[in-house]
Design a binder for this molecule. Structure first.
Ligand SMILES: *Cc1c(COP(=O)(O)O)cnc(C)c1O
Length: 426
């Protein structure tokens, strides 16, 4: 071994994994077991009291899932990570550590449609209030800060239009407000953008998308940057106050720069319960091995398709930050120099009806509500994912009636362009 630090592609294949110590299995096995035998009664007691690390029960941790956690923490440059059953579960678990009933968080308006729903409706019943801000207007985040603000939530590359968020500018607002910045890095993946390098305190992902990458497994993950001081002003009682269920220990004091990941595991996942299946952890780990290669191809294809659409007479406009003419191109060159991702929108001269018709005529593109698959995908957000929003909110979140969203796969780009060509001219 040399003392070189391994590069991203090496980490994508190796981080967190080693040959199985008992069998020699080279690929991380699927530890498909609910529970783990204790060495003796003292060992059991120390595991339950958080005095020792080890496996107890798969709702709290599992060896296959642990490899996935270590790998993504390495790829994102965080201190620790916690995998959960879905991207939405990751969001609930993160905010449960930060907000008490009556508290607020600020979220960017341009978000995955499901997150807009979760924040607006489901979180209301927990007493968590969301204040919306415009990711293109940093001052709108500043204006939204109140004494009850506990966190700021943004997407690095934002759904549905693939716009790029100025992470450093919003991180500065969070720093001044004394609250953590949470970045949903699903559409970028750490291959394109590493939010922690730009000031994020917590990164969340839907592993369901590009990280797993094959459209076969749901999953989510939380990455702790290890940089936030949770003890300041006693704003975060879950991390600071003595925990009665763990003999009065304080999470921040005991676990230092990975306290947030521990709180998510031992207070969030343990009690709320959205554990990832070890089988899904295995599928997602396998996907991550080829993440760099897939992202290169996704981005190359997306750029070619965006250029084709920009020159087509039926197309009114294309929102792809990888195009030199795009209003986010400057931010894309700063934050995502390797490629601007593979999810973007375009609008049709024929409006809502043309959007619905295009979706029905495409053959190679699958019409469905997902992104980040090897296969190319299409959806008309106004009639599906964003249909619950009123017209003004649709426009504000980038899902106007004439907008079509694409997630470009890793097929041959000529075939993707030919399919769009026939559907647009039909
Ligand atoms: C899909 C998605 C989510 C939700 O993830 P699930 O795994 O479907 O729960 C959150 N954020 C973004 C950006 C997504 O694309």
């Amino acid at each position: 071994m040399t003392d070189r630090l391994p590069g991203f592609s090496t980490l994508a294949v190796h981080a967190g994994a080693q040959p199985d110590p008992t069998t020699g299995a080279r690929v991380t096995p699927i530890y498909q077991t609910t529970s783990f035998v204790f060495n003796d009664a003292d060992h059991a007691a120390s595991l339950f009291g958080l005095q020792a690390f080890g496996n107890i029960y798969t709702r709290i941790g599992n060896p296959t899932t642990a490899v996935l956690e270590e790998r993504i923490a390495a790829l994102e440059g965080g201190t620790a990570a916690l995998a959960v059953a879905s991207g939405h579960a990751a969001q609930v678990v993160v905010l449960q550590q930060l907000l008490m009933p009556g508290d607020e968080f600020i979220a960017a308006r341009k978000l995955y449609g499901g997150s807009i729903n979760q924040f607006t409706h489901a979180f209301k019943s927990f007493g968590w209030n969301v204040a919306w801000a415009d990711p293109d207007d940093v001052a709108s985040f500043e204006r939204a800060v109140t004494p009850r603000t506990k966190a700021i939530f943004i997407e690095s590359i934002a759904n549905p239009a693939g716009s790029i968020t100025d992470i450093e500018a919003i991180a500065e607002v969070a720093r001044k407000a004394g609250v953590p910045l949470i970045v949903d890095n699903t559409l970028a993946t750490p291959y394109l953008i590493r939010p922690i390098d730009h000031g994020a305190d917590i990164v969340v992902h839907s592993l369901t998308k590009f990280l797993g990458g094959h459209g076969n497994s749901l999953g989510g993950i939380i990455v702790d940057a290890g940089t936030f001081d949770w003890s300041k002003d006693n704003k975060y009682p879950m991390l600071n106050e003595p925990r009665p269920e763990y003999h009065g220990i304080r999470i921040q004091e005991t676990f230092g720069n990975f306290a947030f990941a521990i709180a998510c595991r031992v207070l969030g996942l343990r009690d709320l319960g959205p554990a990832l299946s070890p089988f899904n952890a295995f599928m997602i780990l396998t996907g991550i091995e080829t993440l760099p290669l897939r992202m290169q191809k996704h981005c190359e294809n997306a750029k070619a398709v965006a250029e084709f659409l920009a020159g087509h007479p039926a197309v009114a406009s294309v929102n792809y930050s990888g195009l030199a003419s795009d209003k986010y191109n400057k931010l894309a060159r700063k934050y995502a120099p390797k490629g601007a991702g593979a999810v973007f929108t375009f609008s049709l001269r024929g409006g809502y009806d043309a959007g619905v018709s295009l979706v029905s005529k495409l053959q190679l593109f699958s019409h469905l509500a997902n992104v980040g698959d090897t296969r190319s995908l299409v959806i008309h957000p106004a009639s599906t994912t964003h249909s619950q929003l009123d017209d003004e909110a649709k426009v504000r979140s980038g899902a106007a009636p004439d907008v079509v969203r694409l997630s470009i796969g890793i097929e041959d780009k000529e075939d993707l362009i030919a399919d769009l060509e026939q559907a647009l001219s039909a």
